[in-house]
Design a protein around this ligand. Structure first.
Ligand code: NDP
Length: 300
């Protein structure tokens, strides 16, 4: 059997960001609305600082306004909630993203629930979670939505395909399973208590790996020809002493010999997350201003 097609998330996300830029222009020129994304960072976690910097850079590139709020690690929950209340009321802000994790003295769920659901571009607010689960229109979490776009680009219709999502977190696994169900896949959700993971994976046409364990899923477990989307981002020691490298949750070398198509790490799902965040911000700006954008359903 020939080797798997490598799904190029860099290329796909670049195309998506170009489309976002077109929609931003449409909103600005035709409707006098410049989409605005507010990103809130509490504390000095180096990884979070990098994410926030990238989000700002990409938002500005597509012509959006970017509002960055960097707060000290000892900011109180009350202070953060007050900031969010202000952003909720600010007409220039259409998307609000609070970078997680938050310092432990702040109740994350309370903060997420304080964001106006229409501006919750992460899709983590209970209202948006409920809308996704009940088939309504809300904000869809960025990483699973990015995975879905890659899958549909690769496979077209997903109807009737067997999909397994390995991982049941609120930010990836669960929303991913709902999205696949919405596409009429037959969905299995696996987790750390799943009895025979290789056997479950062996039946799936689509495998979504969102576990956080380096190269855990082996090529031998896969159904030949399966489409594999690897969400995992794990830093492991590199061959060169003192250096590290990124790997996914799937053992790429063995998987690419069996899969039909597979996302690499890095360069697969990772770049899709920010592109989908920008897309969500445009959708939020359009909805808040009651504007119907070109591009149909995908932008409604
Ligand atoms: P969590 O730690 O929140 O969830 C991991 C899930 O994997 C849990 O449901 C856990 O099961 C399950 N799990 C753990 N061990 C096993 C096992 N041995 N067999 C089967 N299932 C197992 O992680 P996240 O969902 O937040 O993230 C998952 C990965 O995706 C991480 O590597 C993260 O870095 C990456 N990520 C990448 C993003 C991107 O932009 N590309 C965005 C977000 C995350 P249980 O519930 O039973 O404990």
């Amino acid at each position: 059997m020939s080797e798997a097609k490598i799904i190029d998330g860099n290329l796909f996300s670049e195309r998506l960001r170009q489309t976002v830029a077109e929609r931003v222009r449409e909103l600005r020129v035709d409707h006098h609305v410049t989409p605005g994304l507010a990103v809130v960072l509490v504390g000095e976690d180096p990884a979070s600082q990098v994410y926030v910097r990238n989000k700002r850079k990409r938002a500005v590139e597509v012509g959006m306004n970017s509002f960055e709020h960097t707060l000290a690690a000892d900011t109180t929950e009350h202070e953060l909630l007050t900031l969010i209340a202000g952003l909720n009321d600010d007409p220039a802000v259409h998307g609000i993203l609070v970078q997680l994790p938050l310092p432990t003295h702040i109740d994350e769920q309370k903060v997420i629930a304080a964001i106006r659901p229409e501006k919750d571009v992460d899709g983590f607010h209970p209202w948006n979670v409920g809308m996704l689960a009940s088939g309504g229109v809300g904000m869809v979490p960025c990483t699973p939505f990015g995975c879905l776009l890659l899958l549909k680009d690769q496979l077209g219709s997903l109807t009737g395909l067997k999909a397994i999502v390995v991982g049941r977190s609120n930010i990836v696994g669960k929303p991913m399973a709902h999205l696949l169900l919405r596409e009429s896949c037959t969905v299995t959700i696996a987790h750390s208590r799943t009895r025979d993971l290789p056997a479950e994976i062996g039946q799936a046409d689509i495998v979504i790996a969102a576990v956080g364990r380096p190269e855990m899923i082996k090529g031998e477990w896969l159904k030949p020809g399966a489409t594999v989307i690897d969400v995992g981002i794990n830093r492991v020691p590199a061959a060169e002493p003192g250096k590290t490298r990124l790997v996914g949750d799937v053992d790429f070398a063995s998987a690419k010999a069996v899969a039909g198509a597979i996302t690499p790490v890095p360069g697969g799902v990772g770049p899709m997350t920010i592109a989908c965040l920008l897309r969500n911000t445009v959708v939020a700006a359009a909805r808040l201003n009651r504007v119907a954008l070109a591009g149909g359903e995908d932008w409604a």
